[in-house]
Design a protein around this ligand. Structure first.
Ligand code: DGY
Length: 325
């Protein structure tokens, strides 16, 4: 392993000294990710790749990186990696679940509150000198307390959001591929419903499902048609789960009242996107897991996966454990 070569596709918020003692480590130093062609060059003779969700890891790249023993992604989501292609090559892929759950649930909550109480609009109102008096109907929004929250995807992050909602006495509905255990439902006070039902009944809808062919554009015109005109949509999962054109129409036609996105399709959102002209939309730059603690733990977990893969050990957090069968 001492002669192992590693490529890390960005500077990480952790110390790499221990890693450098046992492997030759190259870190891509730029703010932007390495272009695909550069990544292809880099993987030619490396044993381990530590990548981010901005890197496209496709079958061709795995073919070129014929010496790769492990791919370790610093993220819980891995839709940028062709997992079946890795599995066919018996190439373990690591990810970083758990350590970013609270940070992402916190940002979801911040966006939900900000969208409901129009915090961004209010700040802009103040800064632009429009605050000249107290007005009875200025910047009104809906109550969060006592409202109905629809959670699409009640996994780790969805459950952490539900725990926050219970502090606001919210009624919690959830839609999932399969219902959670009764224990989980009871602990969270969450009721399993079909997606259509959730859309029709919820005052706030928050998305926490992974991106897959099944969930791509899960939110399109037909879904917005069913939502309350007062509803607010939050997406901190993956941008392509929401059809951006349908969202624009829903926000401008009054099908829903507002939205807050931490993820967009494409990412970053183009500066000429019509969505950015809307005052009933908040957009943040994919910062769900961006607490210092969460990002540090994600980096450490990604390194632990990488080291295990280089040694030929089972990855502590492996996306495709079938490679060990
Ligand atoms: C993830 O981990 O998948 C988030 O989107 C980034 O932290």
């Amino acid at each position: 392993m001492s002669s192992s070569k590693i490529f890390i596709t960005r500077n990480l918020p952790t110390n790499l000294d221990a890693l450098r003692q046992i492997a030759s480590v190259e870190v891509w130093p730029e703010r932007e990710p390495p272009p695909y062609q550069v990544l292809l060059e880099k993987v030619k003779d490396i044993d381990g790749l530590l990548c981010l969700l901005t890197d496209q890891i496709d079958p061709h790249l795995m073919e070129v990186g014929a010496n790769l023993k492990v791919i370790s992604q610093m993220a819980v989501g891995y839709d940028n990696i062709d997992i079946p292609a890795a599995t066919v090559r018996r190439l373990p892929v690591g990810h970083t679940p758990g350590v970013l759950t609270n940070a992402t649930a916190d940002l979801t909550w911040a966006l939900l509150m900000a969208a409901a109480r129009r915090v961004v609009e209010a700040d802009q109102f103040t800064r632009s000198g429009q605050w000249t008096t107290w007005e009875p109907d200025l910047l009104l929004g809906p109550d969060v307390s006592g409202a109905t929250l629809g959670i699409v995807g009640l996994g780790r992050i969805g459950q952490a959001v539900a725990r926050r909602a219970s502090g606001f006495d919210m009624k919690i509905l959830y839609a999932n591929r399969t219902p959670c255990s009764l224990e989980v439902e009871e602990a969270l006070g969450a009721e399993f419903v079909e997606l259509d039902d959730l859309l029709q009944k919820s005052d706030f809808v928050t998305i926490h499902t992974p991106l897959s062919e099944e969930t791509r554009h899960l939110f399109g015109q037909a879904q917005f048609d069913q939502m309350k005109p007062t509803a607010i949509l939050i997406n901190t999962a993956r941008g392509p789960i929401v059809d951006p054109e349908a969202l624009y129409n829903a926000l401008t036609n009054g099908q829903i009242a507002g939205a807050a996105l931490d993820v967009t399709d494409p990412e970053p959102i183009p500066m000429d996107s019509a969505l950015l002209s809307l005052s009933n939309l908040i957009v943040t730059p994919h910062i769900g897991s961006a607490s210092r603690q969460a990002r540090g733990k994600m980096a450490d977990m990604a390194i632990a996966n990488l080291l295990a893969g280089l040694k030929g050990d089972r990855l502590p957090h492996c996306v495709n454990p079938e490679v060990y069968q």
